[in-house]
Design a binder for this molecule. Structure first.
Ligand SMILES: Cc1cc2nc3c(=O)[nH]c(=O)nc-3n(C[C@H](O)[C@H](O)[C@H](O)COP(=O)(O)O)c2cc1C
Length: 203
């Protein structure tokens, strides 16, 4: 397998974020796969991205300069894991802002494993929201099989792992293997077909 880079995007900006804890857990799972797989970690808390404004399109603007190194790191990735907590039945605005900032092909036609997170029994709303409105102009390609981690505070916390931890870890690994294989398989297709100059925005 040639080198594959997976970006892990953590959609919470809370200091003690469960999405962040899950992001680190997923990072460790990806590390276990294969030495040829690298992880780029994008914590929205650490990145502290300003709200989108038209400055984003002005050459020489501060916002453009701020975004460039993040954009370059995203462009180097072949696929993504996007972890979204449910906040008031929504995707956190920081994550929607991040997706709006990605208008330079950073995510375009790259597969993404979507993971909803909830401390209660939620987690479906951010999945539905991102599937409906998270991809149009950035062309992120959601994998069909998302995961929802409910009552997350109790997951992957015990040694030895609980029976539920084992079931969820097996399914996470299944999704990650699909993601990694797809990321690799789709790369030549993207290189052959993608034309973002002609079709810059989705319909
Ligand atoms: C502003 C806010 C609103 C929230 N609203 C919901 C909600 O609507 N449904 C839900 O299941 N959990 C909700 N939660 C709890 C999150 O599920 C919980 O914080 C979980 O740990 C995931 O978020 P985190 O990654 O920020 O920790 C909310 C949390 C915050 C901070």
């Amino acid at each position: 397998m040639s080198e594959v880079k997976i970006g892990i995007i953590v959609g919470s900006i809370r200091k003690k974020s469960e999405s962040g804890r899950i992001g680190k857990y997923i990072n460790s799972l990806v590390d276990n796969f294969n030495a040829n797989i690298e992880v780029e970690y994008f914590s929205l808390r650490d990145l502290d991205i300003p709200l989108w404004s038209e400055e984003k399109w002005e050459s020489g603007s501060d916002l453009k300069a701020f975004w460039k190194p993040i954009s370059d790191r995203l462009k180097s990735c072949h696929g993504f894991v996007v972890i979204s907590p449910e906040w008031a039945g929504m995707v956190p605005p920081h994550l929607k802002n991040f997706l709006l900032m990605c208008d330079g092909g950073e995510l375009a036609h790259k597969p993404a494993q979507l993971i909803g997170v909830s401390s209660g029994m939620g987690g479906a709303y951010p999945v539905a929201e991102l599937r409906m409105s998270g991809y149009k102009n950035n062309f992120l390609w959601w994998m069909p099989d998302h995961m929802i981690l409910r009552q997350v505070e109790g997951l992957f916390m015990s040694t030895p792992p609980s029976a539920l931890d084992e079931i969820l870890t097996a399914r996470l690994n299944y999704g990650l293997e699909f993601l990694i294989e797809t990321a690799q398989a789709i790369q030549p297709v993207r290189e052959k077909v993608q034309n973002l100059k002609l079709y810059k925005n989705g319909m």
